[in-house]
Design a protein around this ligand. Sequence first.
Ligand code: 1GP
Length: 226
Amino acid sequence: MNEWKHIFKLDPAKEISDEALDAVCESGTDAVIVGGTDDVTLDGVLDLLSRIRRHTVPCILEISNVESVTPGFDYYFIPMVMNSQDKKWMMDVQHEAIKTFKPMMNWEEIMMEGYCILNEDAKAFTHTNCLMPDEDDVLTYAYMAERMFRLPIFYMEYSGTYGDPGLVERVSNELDETLLVYGGGIITPEQAQEMKTYADIVVVGNSLYTNLKQALKTVKAVQGMS
Ligand code: 1GP
């Protein structure tokens, strides 16, 4: 995972044809995340899992609710929303999940993600009752993710809109060990490259559903980058 540069994120609540899914899985991306905010059901997750499993690409479930958790993924990412105003999204949903799944949890496959949601119009921003952080807040969350919580991943989530590369750069300067993941609004190969200059991994989601051909080009765009 330390070598990963690019991830596609598929939403189990959205339709994708077999042809498009095959192209995503065979694109050369480093991994595919299954994850979303609304209407994530076990059926939707199992459908994508079984179809992605026809390919060798690593497959990750980003857990959004306890009901849709299933075995069979290579990794499980558990988000903690650092700029939520509710303890629920930092502690309580994880507590509930661990009470249910503790006997079957393999911590080799589980990664905690410190999420910072930076688009006020994103569904996840409202859903988790976030407060918009200023730059200093974001840098402090990044610092806390690495130094205080020792999280493996700090995720700058701009879901649905292209973020501020300058801020991504400043956050990257704050982190040594924790991986910086950027996601949000990447449509073109150039945008993927710009964010990859600072982030360790870029995530491309929605544009798979709106302009697949362009989205697939974001893989090669970042592959040669350090
Ligand atoms: C969403 O960060 C990902 O969780 C990707 O965002 O859908 O805007 O590409 P987009």
